[in-house]
Design a protein around this ligand. Structure first.
Ligand code: MD6
Ligand code: FE
Length: 216
């Protein structure tokens, strides 16, 4: 009996509410990890990571690609969603069921039922790469949450308030952790501190982040 429960606790995801409408799920994708990583590799083969340029002319330290009907892109003309990968001229790779289902299950944990993401932005952080504080506000439908899945090296997630001036709180995100924010937290400022050096046993010297959005 004791052994049974000891085994089971490994499958119970820890849920931490960090703000109204925002939560962290720890070790959430355990059982689906092999499929998720295989699907990720196939997407990156078809649509390789690239460093995009912001409208201000700054090359981002995070390398990006997308899957799904719509992909987030930035260049000198601005930020937008586009169904075509500007590098290949082809539509982005389809969003695999392993990705879609994981995002839906994570959103459900936050009380956001029937989350059907159309876009999955895939970010690669190498040591030193960071994401400055920002709001995700290029989506037309702000009723749907953002679901953010972490793989690889641990990162420090910065989660602030609705005003840029508010000092963000820091949360460690490990391989398998998921952050969900929506409702009153949908436009919260957030970012990622510069990634520390390291080597992840499965993912190597990098962190990969999947961000799911409904977009429109
Ligand atoms: C993260 N990422 O990497 C959080 N937002 O943990 C983001 O907040 C984010 O990766 C907009 C575009 C790309 C991102
Ligand atoms: Fe963001």
């Amino acid at each position: 009996m004791t052994d049974l429960f000891a085994g089971m606790t490994g499958f119970l995801p820890a849920l931490e509410r960090i703000a109204d409408g925002a939560l962290l799920l720890r070790g959430f994708f355990a059982a689906t990890e092999p499929e998720l990583i295989a699907d990720l590799r196939a997407i990156v083969k078809q649509a390789p990571f690239r460093h995009m340029v912001t409208p201000g002319g700054h090359t981002m330290s995070v390398a990006m690609t997308n899957c799904g009907a719509s992909g987030w892109v930035t260049d000198r003309s601005g930020y937008r969603y586009d169904h075509i990968d500007p590098v290949s001229g082809q539509p982005w790779p389809a969003m695999p069921p392993s990705f879609r289902d994981l995002a839906r299950r994570a959103a459900e944990q936050g009380g956001f039922d029937h989350f059907a993401p159309r876009a999955c932005l895939i970010n690669r952080y190498v040591p030193g790469a960071k994401m400055s504080l920002h709001q995700d506000k290029d989506e037309l439908d702000l009723g749907a949450p953002i679901v953010s899945v972490s793989l690889g090296l641990p990162a420090t997630f910065l989660f602030g308030g609705l005003q840029r001036g508010e000092t963000p709180r820091k949360f460690r995100l490990d391989h398998g952790d998921i952050a969900v924010w929506g409702g009153p937290s949908r436009l919260a400022f957030h970012g990622v501190a510069p990634l520390a050096d390291g080597e992840h046993p499965l993912m190597g010297p990098q962190r990969i982040n999947l961000t799911f959005r409904k977009v429109a």
